[in-house]
Design a protein around this ligand. Structure first.
Ligand code: ATP
Length: 512
């Protein structure tokens, strides 16, 4: 997808009240965004869809809402004080700052794109007789690109795993990577940069203590492991889920809501018996992909990606990547966190954090399987894959946000055909019966066609139009967003119609 298309997505999000730049009247705050009147509804619906699938459908998963602040030792124990760093590099000419690993990843992606371009050219030339496999194995240019990718990739993952900053710099030099702004290779050395935001608790200088804004919601779950396990009498395996804000002082925060400095995570930590982590890792990989697919989003937009460098806490980790307008990027992480977190909190707090397993009378520190998805990235994935420009029969264009109807800000819009003859009053009366159970909109301004377009643009799956026939036979027209099909339906049947097509369980159980 081109930059142009991405720009259109960003401006659609603003124009229709989904996402605004934070503090826009003061020229904005970098990588901080606010959700508008439609955005908050979509965001809440994504949260609800996740929460229901995790907490409501699983007897052994409960939810919590822990504070954003926690005791500062939390972050020493979790390893974030020492290891939550990104490798940073500056271009001396443009004075722009980059993540060294991102520069190399982008370089590798460009080589991949070159291979794809060669392939596309040949495909065009030879049509049906094109043999992709033989071409990719024998074409000298492709072979050359591939071997370059392999060599750089190996050096890159070794450097990441060994925290070898000078090798990262050397790769950037060897690949002749230039700054996208200045176009020069005038780079500083690579340095580590800690991503946590600091703040202070307390009013006086002497009594105040330094705190961190949490960079992930997970630690709030670990700190409450014992509380929840004991008060909920939870038996392993069990999970604790949480949705909440996280803060990271990202070095490069671009790409709209993909990488923000204040964002929201939906995380679930699943506590298991040591030794069973492989089995649960596979289980949650499958479950989470199914959750995404249950929304009806094209399967080809997702892929798994194994981590090059395992985080300090993990013994296995992968991402579910989504094909965003700027390529496949991480949407959700699935991490086998071992007993790293609980053991360290045990060590630093000197409190016993063990589980007594009555099945075999054993006592152990539970292992943890984590699923962690960025709510804002999920929003972006839904938004970018849904925004479509339909060409109509009369060759006019229609902008439609084909979001899964279960997530739509408004489930239906009520539209009186005319603003007279009592039609608005009848419409509002029908709407009143439904608005408690469904999020609904009402619009009486402009011609009906323009009103349909407005609802299409914010993804409303159904438009219900009240006309003169309604007065005589109590029927209304119901128009479906994607097909634009219209049918007449009795007003007594409306609730049942909406209930069956928007029943969250029907969607979620799709993934079972
Ligand atoms: P990335 O490699 O993109 O920086 P990460 O591996 O650091 O992400 P995790 O620590 O695994 O991310 O966080 C879990 C999820 O939180 C990610 O999959 C992503 O969806 C979301 N997330 C992380 N950082 C941000 C951010 N700065 N803005 C928005 N969402 C984020």
């Amino acid at each position: 997808m081109s930059d142009e298309k991405f720009k259109k997505i960003v401006s659609h999000a603003k124009e229709y009240g989904f996402i605004f730049q934070s503090s826009e009247i003061y020229d904005g705050l970098s990588a901080v965004y606010d959700y508008g009147q439609n955005g908050v509804l979509l965001k809440n619906n994504i949260k609800e869809y996740w929460w229901k699938s995790m907490v409501q459908l699983n007897d052994n998963i409960v939810g919590i809402d822990s504070a954003i602040f926690s005791h500062p030792t939390t972050w020493k124990a979790s390893g974030h004080v020492d290891a939550f760093n990104d490798p940073l590099i500056d271009n001396k000419d443009s004075k722009k700052r980059y993540r060294a690993d991102n520069l190399i990843e982008d370089y590798l992606q460009k080589l991949e794109l070159k291979i794809l371009k060669e392939q596309k050219n040949q495909e065009k030339r030879f049509g049906e007789s094109f043999d992709k496999k033989t071409f990719l194995e024998t074409n000298p240019r492709v072979i050359n690109y591939k071997s370059k990718i392999d060599v750089i990739h190996n050096r890159f993952s070794k450097a990441l795993n060994n925290d070898d900053l000078s090798e990262l710099k050397k790769i950037i030099d060897d690949c002749e990577i230039v700054c996208p702004i200045s176009g020069t290779r005038n780079w500083t050395d690579v340095k580590q940069f800690n991503l946590m935001f600091r703040t202070q608790l307390g009013a006086t200088k002497t009594s105040s203590i330094d705190l961190f804004l949490r960079p992930e919601t997970a630690q709030g779950i670990f700190l409450n492991y014992l509380n929840v396990q004991k008060t909920g009498r939870m038996k392993i395996p069990f999970g604790i889920a949480q949705i909440g804000k996280a803060f990271r002082n990202e070095i490069v925060a671009r790409q709209f809501i993909f990488r923000m400095r204040e964002f929201e995570q939906m995380e679930m930590q699943f506590f298991i018996k040591p030794g069973s982590q492989k089995q649960w890792y596979e289980y949650w990989k499958k479950e989470r992909l199914n959750w995404h697919l249950s929304l009806g989003i094209d399967k080809s937009l997702f892929r798994f990606h194994n981590h090059e460098k395992l985080a300090h806490y993990a013994d296995a980790a992968c991402d579910i990547e989504f094909n965003f307008p700027f390529g496949f990027k991480e949407l959700e992480g699935i991490h086998s966190r071992t007993d790293f977190d609980l053991s360290n909190h045990e060590k630093y707090s000197s409190k016993q954090i063990k589980y007594f397993d009555s099945v075999d009378n054993s006592k152990y520190t539970p292992y943890v399987l984590e699923t962690s998805i960025g709510l804002d990235r999920m929003f972006l994935a839904i938004f970018t894959s849904s925004l479509t420009y339909d060409k109509l029969e009369d060759s006019s264009k229609r902008v439609v946000l084909k979001i899964p109807s279960i997530l739509a800000p408004y489930k239906c819009a009520f539209l009186p055909l005319l603003k007279k003859d009592g039609l608005p009053e009848i419409t509002k009366k029908i709407q009143k019966k439904l608005k408690l159970n469904f999020s609904t909109a009402y619009d009486e301004k402009d011609a009906i066609g323009r009103r349909y377009r407005r609802q299409d643009a914010i993804g409303t799956p159904y438009c219900i139009t009240v006309d003169h026939q309604t007065v005589t036979d109590n029927t209304v027209t119901i128009r479906e967003r994607d097909s634009m099909n219209q049918e007449r339906i009795h007003i007594d049947k409306l609730e049942e119609f909406l209930r069956s097509s928007l029943n969250i369980n029907n969607w979620l159980l799709n993934s079972a």
